[in-house]
Design a protein. Sequence first.
Length: 259
Amino acid sequence: MRLSSILFALGVLLLFFPILIVVPMSFSADRFLGFPPRSWGLTWYRAYFGDPVWMAATFRSLRIALFASLIATIAGTLGIVGLGRIGPRWRAGLTGLFIAPAIVPNVIIALGVFILALSFGATDSIVTLTFAHAALALPFVVMIVGAAYRQVDSNLERAARVCGAGPVRAFLTATLPPILPAVVAAAIFAFFISFDELVVALFLMGGAETLPVRIWNDLRFEINPTIAAISTFFVFVTTAAMALAELLRMRTIRKLRDI
């Protein structure tokens, strides 16, 4: 038991070790990255928030992630509802189709989307990238919302239909409220999957850079200390958002168990 605890602690330390290095370096006032920092300050945070190029890439990524998560959440939730109303033989195959983007390597998806976009003249398009990111986030929405939907008593929606509600109203009043925390959690996951995505954006975006592409291009020529500040800032933002998503997911599970 003690050996397994030690191995677990070492594994966690290995995973978090890069963060433990990057965070202190982000508060360095030195001209070049170094560990440990010789002087401290908020120089590189001011450089990030005061640079219009970095801000443009950040807001571009935020817009793409927002719309991609919205598309993935709506499509995934409706897809789960549709899967619940078809036979088990078709359900297994369609579920695998929904989850496929999480299994196929991103570089293969990026190449396929690039070839398709090239044939339609839709490369270097934010709209194309948004839908590609939505497809990458869709499996996680299906898995999170699907787990909650399977625990909902189908008699609730049937009772609403008996009482005179139409299909849409029955879903909105009887089925959606119990799974709503899971839907919100799925949307948060989808948002950050899109926000952090690099490979597809490298294939599709030539001129307008997303934040991951901007970081990648910057690292090709020099190790800019601003990147440490950006990484630290978004590590904390992502951790807080993922913690919120996990709390919502656990709340959904407890709520559905009490129904």
